[in-house]
Write a protein that binds this ligand. Structure first.
Ligand code: HEM
Length: 279
């Protein structure tokens, strides 16, 4: 037997000796992950700010993966695989939103203790968040500009800008299933921000007025769950920001809370919300 632990009298003792790094390390890379916390101030509260932001970046990464899986499945007319990925993302969005807890009640004095260390750094420069927004249909080529200095990030973001969003894929599938999605929507320039359409609203209205167990109605509900939780993330961020810095200018150069308020007003998958008034 190659493992020392199993030579002891305790048969359930885990393996202890490995020739190199542990198989856990080889898979998880915990040593890499737990040495990426380079705080920039002496303030003991900076660590949780840095780690919460890193944790959120990891959740963004998983959620982008799920939505890309869903997009691909929709392109291949595989609605169950798409809905399963969207449902996983809903649980992940719940976990993402729960990670506001350690930062949600910062006082201005607490935030000030390390704010200067951020320099001009801001979540606004998060490329993974931007990929989430692009997948939701919030396209904007100017959002690529901050990433010009990072070729890999830029290339990934540019690809995401030019690809159909998750919502574009949903609408194309609805059209293939015989629903009256206008040509102008199907042929739209997908690198532009999605603009709501009354005809698309009518398609969702008809689907919601029909059988609730219908595959496409269930797809609509999974998308609505996603939209609600993204809206919640934006609003939790807004309130945390208002508590931590009032109406001060953001480190990223925006008007701060006033700018975030405008962003938080936007509805994800707009017709899924407006259709509800007509069912
Ligand atoms: C309480 C701590 C936080 C404050 C006070 C704060 C403040 C701000 C402000 C003022 C902006 C607007 C852009 C600017 O001028 O900087 C912003 C944007 C942003 N922040 Fe935060 N933030 C906080 C925590 C976080 C965390 C933990 C994340 C996670 C990654 C995050 C992600 C973002 C993103 C993605 C944007 C861009 C939103 C958009 O483009 O619509 N923020 N933040």
């Amino acid at each position: 037997m190659s493992h020392e632990a199993h030579e002891s009298n305790e048969p359930e003792t885990p393996y202890l000796d490995f020739a190199g790094t542990t198989p856990y390390e080889d898979y998880i890379q915990a040593d890499v992950l737990t040495h990426l916390q380079h705080t920039r101030s002496d303030d003991p509260g900076e660590m949780v700010f840095l780690v919460t932001t890193q944790v959120m970046e990891l959740w963004f990464t998983v959620i982008v993966h799920e939505w890309e899986t869903a997009s691909r499945a929709l392109r291949g007319d595989d609605v169950p695989t798409a809905v399963a990925a969207l449902k996983r993302s809903v649980r992940e969005l719940d976990a993402l939103n729960a990670s506001w807890r350690p930062l949600g009640q910062l006082t201005p004095a607490q935030f000030n203790s390390y704010r200067a260390a951020l320099g001009e750094g801001s979540g606004f420069q998060s490329a993974m968040y931007r990929r989430m927004e692009f997948l939701l249909g919030e396209k904007s080529s100017s959002m690529l500009v901050p990433h010009r200095g990072a070729p890999r990030v830029y290339a990934e973001l540019e690809k995401a800008l030019e690809e159909p969003s998750l919502y574009d894929e949903v609408l194309r599938l609805l059209a293939r299933r015989g629903h009256a999605v206008p040509e102008a929507v199907l042929k739209r320039d997908v690198a532009q921000k999605y603009v709501p359409s009354p005809e698309v609203e009518a398609v969702w209205t008809a689907l919601y007025a029909g059988d609730e167990g219908d595959e496409l109605a269930r797809l609509g509900e999974a998308l609505t769950d996603v939209a609600e939780l993204v809206w919640r993330w934006r609003n939790d961020h807004l309130v945390a920001t208002r508590r931590a810095m009032g109406a001060k200018t953001g480190t990223g150069g925006s008007a701060g809370v006033a700018w975030l308020e405008k962003r938080a007003q936007k509805n994800v998958f707009p017709e899924l919300w407006t259709a509800r008034s007509h069912v």
